[in-house]
Design a protein around this ligand. Sequence first.
Ligand SMILES: Cc1cc2nc3c(=O)[nH]c(=O)nc-3n(C[C@H](O)[C@H](O)[C@H](O)COP(=O)(O)O)c2cc1C
Length: 406
Amino acid sequence: MPATDSSLKTSVGTLSLNNPFLLSSGPTTASGRQIRHAFRLGWAGAVTKTIVPDTMGIDDVSPRFAAWKGQDAGLLGFENIELLSKQKLSYWAGEIAAIKKEYPDRVLIASIMASPDPTEWQNLATAVQNAGADAVELNVSCPHGMPEQGIGAALGQHAGLVRELTHAVRGVVGIPLIVKLTPNVTDIVPVARAAVDGGADILSAINTIQCLMGIDLNTLEPLPSVAGCSTYGGYSGPAVKPIGLRMISEIARELSVPLMGIGGVSRWQDAAEYIAVGASAVQVCTEVMWSGAGIIRDMTRGLSGYLAEKHFADVGALRGHALPGIGTHAALSRTDVSLAIIDFPERCISCGRCVTACRDGGYDAVSLEEQHVVIDKNRCNGCGLCSLLCPEGVIVMQARVHGQGK
Ligand SMILES: Cc1cc2nc3c(=O)[nH]c(=O)nc-3n(C[C@H](O)[C@H](O)[C@H](O)COP(=O)(O)O)c2cc1C
């Protein structure tokens, strides 16, 4: 790891982390073997696959994943209809104790879920605390399978139920209590507030977003197709990051509770963005499934280099930096208007995409004259569409002279 890595040290509530990267609950933390592998590679912490009472049968289907891929086969969005841990509580108690002994400087969080009966949650929480878990995370946010049983996101969509459950678990454990929130709500803040009122020390968000990945147009089967049928699943990966960022920033603007950002963290830049909107650390699932736990090397190297380049002493100095810039639409400036300009004319390949887009989706301000793109300043409304779709970066948005807005 680079020498500057002390800048990556961070804390989330009372949890101290060597860097802000944790594996989130999922297939990459389904066994002690995988968690040890991730710790060897440098992950600062891990949240176990959600542990359930032994009496709750976990019967997975196959296939249980579907992917939305870009033209280069890179992952854009991921759907899963996977259930929870198939390992017994005794397995996890043994592994938590052993892993904490082998990696005392890493943070091991036990994710739990049980029936709506709070006593079952209390029993699980007590068991993982006794095993030596650093914290317990309440999964009130899984959007598939479990809501049909009145738990998972079905529970996490009701502020009152979240408050009661959190309060019940708070009553039996002394280790930090994390509540993992569902994005499948109209407003996440009341649920976040209820968790804090119930005694949560830390909030993590987001769990997956309920979705239907697609339809196989040959067979007309919904995807992922399990013998021809499917169900609504959980959406994750790069496509969900904007929603995760919104929700973390919304909570950070309203409540002063330590936050872990989750959803679409694939590169160090994503983590930096979550931290800039108020997260103290991030959790990662899909990208590790897709690219392996070794991505931690680029994540830590990239983030540490960024902090140094931008003169942030550490992760804490970056935290929340972007929040003052997020507000209401009405508060946005109407006088500081941007204008599209041709910044690198020599790069223009005369593809005409900007012309078509501005003609049909904009203000008819862009034209090609003798194979060169030209922007009519008087027609340009500053929307930014042409600069976004230009494949060569020829067009950029430049601030107009202050006060000369349309
Ligand atoms: C296949 C799969 C299984 C998951 N299982 C769990 C789980 O058991 N418990 C849980 O709290 N979250 C679970 N999650 C949700 C992730 O922890 C995470 O909140 C979500 O995927 C968004 O992060 P990502 O975009 O980095 O994957 C699962 C996600 C995936 C993709």
